[in-house]
Design a protein around this ligand. Structure first.
Ligand code: HAM
Length: 449
């Protein structure tokens, strides 16, 4: 019987994989501008890290982790998110003493959640996330929100909605907790079993219950903003002022409470406001988590961050009709027929690649005619057609596969000719679409519409 991939997982290849590469490169470039450093932490960690870090009352820890006991009888969990691992690493590596503060990290890696598979809810997902540890200046809160917004803007996504809220500091959160309990107590018998548990342990979690989401008590529950103390209010005002300065459109949405336990002060989510995107439309989720370090027995250190699902972002771009990558095109395809030509091809291909060209060649013994077809399938811009007679004369035949012009050149000049040929294809037509059409009126760019 054929073995199939696990539910909620994907094989990503071809053009789809190139979209992911494009997004990853954009992320790396953006992070360089912001001076955030890459951090890589293990794909699995001690189970306890997520229970203590993410929280015992959250869905992702109580219902969705992939847990296993390793051969040394240790309880391990595939990471469902990145924040807890980064916090653990910060403490374990004593980064509070060893690195200039704040530390500004980013990661782009695989997470695992045992969710009911549906569109936008994968069991293996990739998150790009940032975590800034060591400052709680509201300036950084605004910067972190801006990283997420600017990434989506740079990708060309137009329909986004930024929702922010504040849970306040511990004092504000506690006042809110008490008020929520008073609010839910009279209707508790009408709520689901999970909510009854949440009522005792963490009544905030009731607000994002998927089973009771239509119950009136969830809709008219008090909001966090009514319980912010003066200091928390001021923080939230400062962040909003900075966001305005950064020209980030946002809405204060008091219904955003987030599904993880470690948050306080600002929490935010960015939704894709794209038609037909479905209910799993939250692209980015994040917030401040002062206190997480203490929960993990580390020194008191403020932190803030967000994560976004790359898969969801790519789906949103597709829904908006944004083409991230054009069909791949290789710079040169090297063709040969005889054994001696093949012998020459082996080293020529390497030489061209080491000179910076993207090059492919024939590997399956096709006829010359089939090689032309293969070169077209690969979108080869130029062809090098090897021929024993030419090689004896120290010559090589190069063909521009767009204009179909051919040249026989001295091998010593091959690189220059190839460079020039490819350069002529890259001349922009000036239309501003960066279409590289070389002013070819059939290209369909807006200049030539
Ligand atoms: P989260 O809200 O659980 O937060 O996940 C963040 C983002 O990951 C979501 O907005 C979504 O785009 C994506 N995501 C989550 N689950 C799935 C899934 N099953 N399939 C596809 N995409 C998914 C966190 O993970 C926090 N660690 C964020 C954070 C970082 N807070 C502070 N720092």
């Amino acid at each position: 019987m054929m073995i199939t991939k696990p539910k909620g997982c994907y094989d990503i290849y071809g053009k789809e994989a190139r979209k992911w590469q494009y997004v990853n490169q954009l992320i790396d470039n953006l992070m360089e501008k912001y001076n955030y450093q890459m951090i890589r932490t293990p794909l699995f960690e001690a189970t306890e890290l997520f229970h203590r870090g993410v929280g015992d009352t959250t869905d992702i820890v109580t219902k969705e982790t992939y847990d296993f006991v390793d051969r040394g009888e240790r309880n391990m969990t595939l990471r469902p998110e990145g924040t807890a691992g980064v916090a653990r690493s910060y403490i374990e590596n004593k980064m509070y003493g060893n690195l200039p503060q704040p530390v500004k990290f980013y990661y782009n890696g695989t997470m695992y959640r045992y969710e009911r598979p549906q569109s936008g809810r994968d069991r293996e997902l990739t998150q790009f996330g940032v975590e800034v540890l060591g400052t709680d200046d509201p300036m950084i809160d605004a910067e972190v929100v801006s990283v997420a917004v600017n990434l989506l803007k740079l990708l060309g996504l137009k329909g986004i909605k930024v929702n922010i809220n504040s849970l306040g500091d511990n004092e504000s959160r506690e006042a809110y907790r008490v008020a929520l309990k008073e609010h839910f107590r009279p209707v508790l018998s009408e709520l689901c079993v999970d909510c009854k548990n949440r009522f005792e342990r963490n009544p905030l979690r009731i607000l994002d219950c998927k089973v009771d989401s239509e119950h009136a008590s969830l809709k008219n529950a008090p909001t966090t903003l009514e319980f912010l103390n003066e200091e928390s209010k001021k923080r939230f005002d400062d962040i909003q002022r900075y966001l305005k300065n950064l020209e980030i459109d946002y809405e204060v949405n008091p219904r955003i409470v987030r599904g993880l336990d470690y948050y306080n002060h600002i929490v935010f989510e960015i939704e894709a406001a794209v038609e037909g995107f479905g209910s799993n439309n939250v692209l980015v989720g994040g917030g401040r988590y002062n206190g997480l370090m203490e929960m993990l027995d580390g020194p008191s250190t403020p932190g803030i961050g967000f994560a976004c699902g790359i898969g969801r972002i790519i789906s949103a771009l597709e829904k908006e009709g944004i083409e991230l990558v054009k069909d791949d095109a290789v710079d040169c395809f090297v063709m040969y027929v005889s054994d001696t030509e093949k012998e020459y091809a082996v080293t020529l291909v390497q030489e061209l690649r080491m000179n910076g060209f993207s090059v492919d060649t024939e590997y399956t013994g096709r006829s010359l005619k089939s090689q032309f077809k293969q070169a077209d399938r690969l979108g080869a811009k130029t062809l090098i057609i090897l021929n024993d007679d030419d090689l004896r004369n120290n010559q090589i035949q190069i063909k521009n596969n767009i204009t179909k012009e051919e040249q026989k050149v001295d091998i010593d000049y091959m690189i220059y000719v190839l460079d020039e040929m490819l350069g002529s294809m890259e001349e922009e037509c000036g239309c501003g679409d960066n279409c590289n059409c070389g002013d070819d009126s059939s290209c369909g760019c807006h200049h030539h519409e």
